[in-house]
Design a protein around this ligand. Structure first.
Ligand code: SAH
Length: 219
């Protein structure tokens, strides 16, 4: 008998497959993203008391007043980032529990993820260790200024909402690159920014969303 619904790996494999089916029904088409989300054990990234809810399409509290995004939003953002091309060298701002970083590392060849709260980054490291993702690097830093030592990036994704588009991130986006971020304060929406091969920027506005704010400095 399983006292805990996710103590059995078959249970979580099934729950995950159902989550991926739901994502398909909701319109997610990118097979790379769906495959990655079918692989990464989301229940191992949330607090034990919430593990039974890990495959529901909902955001969940992470501690430190932060939240892990709902599966649909993770899928949607990475799909927008990838659309019809390789993700290349990728920067994630806001590691949180490390879930989205793990999904990105299944899809992109090289991923850097930065987090400004030390306690969360340490937890993300523990969550990620068993998955052994050699192409993923974590960094304790304020990502609102990007990550100059690894720039430029072909893809940049923000897991926290910026009141305005951070300038430093635009300059660290390679020509032909794409950035997906939640923008706004009271009202937020997803924004896709494409840097043309010539170097200019094109913006496209997508779904309304609700994210924690992008803050500056570290803690
Ligand atoms: N991708 C995460 C979601 C975490 S929520 C996951 O899968 O769990 C957003 C995260 O962004 C929080 O952990 C918050 O601390 C972090 N954050 C906010 N502002 C930041 C900044 N300037 N630099 C780095 N991380 C930031």
């Amino acid at each position: 008998m399983n006292s805990h619904p996710h103590s059995s790996s078959t249970t979580s494999v099934r729950a995950r497959a159902r989550m991926v089916e739901r994502l398909r029904e909701e319109g997610v088409r990118d097979e790379r993203v769906l495959r990655a989300m079918n692989q990464i054990p989301r229940h191992q990234f949330v607090q034990e008391a919430l593990a039974t809810r890990a495959y529901e399409d909902t955001s969940l509290p992470l501690g430190c007043q932060q939240t892990i995004s709902q599966p649909y939003v993770v899928a949607r953002m990475i799909e927008l980032l990838g659309a019809g091309r390789e993700l290349g060298r990728t920067l994630e701002v806001g590691t949180g529990c490390g879930y989205q970083a793990a999904v990105l590392a299944c899809v992109a060849p090289e991923v850097y993820s930065v987090e400004r709260i030390k306690a969360l980054l340490d937890r993300a490291k523990e969550n990620l260790r068993p998955l052994r993702l050699p192409n993923l690097r974590l960094k304790y830093a304020d990502g609102s200024v990007g990550l100059i030592e690894a720039a430029p990036f072909d893809s940049i994704i923000l897991a926290a909402a910026a009141p305005v588009i951070p300038k430093a991130l635009l300059t660290q986006l390679a020509p032909g690159g794409r950035m997906v971020l939640p923008v706004g304060e009271i009202e937020q929406y997803l924004l896709l920014i494409e840097r043309t091969p010539g170097g200019s920027f094109k913006e496209t506005r997508y779904d309304p969303v609700r994210f924690v704010p992008l803050l500056t400095g570290t803690e």
